[in-house]
Design a protein around this ligand. Structure first.
Ligand SMILES: [Zn+2]
Length: 147
């Protein structure tokens, strides 16, 4: 009586799937989930996990600091503390545009800049200010609160 060979096609071992028998007895073709193929003997199939390339990739992924969704969400929700106050007056020293410091109230605050409505200025800067309609946008480091 002839012993029928067990068809292992389609069996899964780790990331490997048995694809087909080979010309050699008891040797099968197995394919990793990434597509790399190896041949494997019957007795060694159970040892299959993943190919070297996939294993290396997995180790690299482990080394990367884990950033879970919760932490990402928390960082995203963290309020960005506003630097300026709508009630206060600010002194703006923008030497590129104005000879003298100008005084203004906050209109809008952005990341690194803010816009101000200029309320007080030296007459030498009047012309320049009219050009901006007395509303200017400046970098925050040029601005100090007047206490
Ligand atoms: Zn692989």
């Amino acid at each position: 009586m002839q012993k029928t060979k067990r068809d292992r096609t389609g069996e899964k071992y780790g990331e490997y799937t048995i694809i087909s028998p080979t010309e050699k007895d008891k040797v099968w073709l197995a394919r990793c989930s990434c597509g790399r193929e190896i041949t494997v003997e019957n007795g060694r199939m159970w040892k299959l996990t993943r190919c070297k390339s996939c294993a290396a990739k997995l180790r690299a992924d482990d080394r990367r600091p884990k950033k879970d969704k919760y932490t990402e969400m928390k960082n995203w929700m963290k309020p960005k503390r506003p630097k300026f106050d709508h009630e206060a007056f600010y002194k703006i020293e923008d030497r590129d545009r104005f000879y003298q410091p100008v005084i203004g109230k906050l209109i809008n605050e952005y990341g690194r800049s803010a816009s101000f409505e200029i309320t007080n200025w030296h007459e030498v800067d009047g012309k320049e200010l009219r050009k901006w309609n007395h509303r200017i946008n400046v970098r925050k480091e040029k601005v100090v609160e007047i206490s």
